[in-house]
Design a protein around this ligand. Structure first.
Ligand SMILES: Cc1cc2nc3c(=O)[nH]c(=O)nc-3n(C[C@H](O)[C@H](O)[C@H](O)COP(=O)(O)OP(=O)(O)OC[C@H]3O[C@@H](n4cnc5c(N)ncnc54)[C@H](O)[C@@H]3O)c2cc1C
Length: 383
């Protein structure tokens, strides 16, 4: 295939994946977004449908059960699902992270036990790094895995783990050689029904309330057989390594929130009349809409550019960090303006602009805070 043929094939695929995700989001997600936000319930029915539609494992090879598409396709799907409701896109992003680790580093037995069922929507995963004393500073993780004659003994606890209350298994970062610093961590696959695996408190969150988040505790869980994922003591780098793809996903999710904010703001501005005219006729409102549209466009282009670099096999950590940082900052700023354009009703529960404002905030915090993204960008600039 020539480069031009590949570009045209990729463009067709991007369009097709976007249209499929958009139709699904319009038909199945958006109508129940407010109810999911209010009830904080895990959207089981959507989870199964997402898997059936091929929205799990978008970049995973087809022979491993994925869609065999590129990161550009993943970004478009994340944006469209998030335009429906960010908590649903979150599931697609989380599965992609865990599936990438399993596809790239799993043994055949681990792939058949975890990857296949995960992509079919039969099992749910969690990606567990954060602890009470280890947030931005991942190298402070204290969870330990010690080799014993019975197997690895895992002890410690994780905080604010996405899907902790509902996951069937967790991918857990633990110290295996404390004296080696960042080179002394390994990854373990831990099943929720193992003795000593305890699900902690489910948190009540400001936004993205249908993505359950909570604590996990490991009280001397004995891990036998094929429980270690990837090489010994390479866990830190492997888990950090997939975060570039994750950050493109979060950037795209933020673009979806921005687009939804723009859509609802335009509709409201045209409909709401004050002083005998639609508020859309006032220049102050037009400028808020124009700035929202301009930053949505820029965030989308940055996200697609980072994805395209990664699809060409280039190192794109800086681009992924720039896209995540820009898109999430824009999402927080412009969802605030979406509330402003709505006036008082924008502050009322059940109104989309109010939910989008709350849903946007976490995109500046998870998968590395925006301060950490700026550190990554600055480090690259000054290297
Ligand atoms: C809803 C939600 C879902 C999450 N999902 C997961 C998950 O699935 N798996 C998982 O492992 N974790 C998850 N997390 C945890 C998340 O990744 C962390 O909250 C995040 O990395 C920040 O860590 P922290 O909260 O400890 O903040 P801290 O690291 O304590 O940071 C506090 C503030 O200090 C700033 N700061 C810290 N260090 C520096 C520095 N060197 N330079 C400049 N500023 C700095 C930060 O940017 C931030 O503003 C989730 C969190 C939430 C709230």
């Amino acid at each position: 295939m020539t480069l031009a043929e590949y570009d045209s094939f990729a463009a067709d695929r991007h369009r097709m994946m976007r249209e499929t995700a958009r139709a699904f989001a319009e038909r199945e997600i958006r109508p129940i977004a407010a109810e999911l936000d209010e009830s904080e319930r895990f959207p089981c029915e959507l989870y199964a449908k997402l898997a059936k539609l091929g929205m799990f494992g978008i970049t995973i090879p087809e022979d491993m059960g994925g869609a065999g598409a590129d990161i550009g396709s993943f970004a478009r799907v994340m944006e469209e699902l998030s335009r429906g409701y960010a908590s649903v896109a979150d599931q697609c992003g989380l599965v992609e992270l865990v599936a990438t680790l399993l596809a790239e580093h799993g043994t055949p037995a681990q792939r058949s036990r975890y990857l296949g069922p995960l992509l079919k929507g039969e099992r749910r995963c969690a990606y567990a790094i954060t602890e009470a004393q280890a947030g931005s500073d991942v190298s402070s993780v204290q969870t330990r895995a010690v080799e014993t004659p019975q197997g690895w003994r895992l002890s410690g606890g994780k905080l604010w783990i996405h899907n902790a209350p509902v996951a069937d298994f967790a991918v857990v970062l633990a110290r295996t050689a404390p004296e080696l610093g960042k080179r002394g961590f390994s990854i373990f696959l831990v099943e929720s029904d193992q003795k000593g695996y305890r699900i902690g408190r489910k948190e009540h969150k400001m936004g993205q309330r249908a993505s359950p988040v909570g604590a996990l505790h490991f009280d001397d869980v004995i891990l036998t057989g094929d429980a270690r994922l990837g090489p010994l003591n390479r866990g830190f780098h492997l888990m950090m390594g997939v975060l570039d793809k994750g950050r493109v996903g979060i950037a795209a999710l933020a673009v979806g929130i921005l687009q939804a904010a723009l859509d609802t703001s335009i509709a409201h501005a045209k409909e709401r009349r004050q002083f005998g005219a639609p508020i859309a006729s006032f220049q102050a409102v037009q400028w808020m809409l124009a700035d929202m549209a301009k930053d949505t466009h820029a965030a989308r282009l940055m996200t697609h550019a980072a994805a395209a670099s990664m699809d060409r096999g280039e190192s794109a950590s800086m681009e992924a960090s720039m896209a995540k940082c820009f898109a999430s900052d824009a999402a927080v700023a412009h969802t605030a303006n979406a509330v402003q354009i709505h006036g008082g009703i924008g502050y009322i529960r059940g109104i989309e602009a109010e939910r989008l404002y709350r849903d946007a905030k976490i995109t500046q915090i998870y998968e590395g805070t925006n301060q950490i993204q700026r550190l990554i960008i600055a480090r690259k600039l000054l290297s």
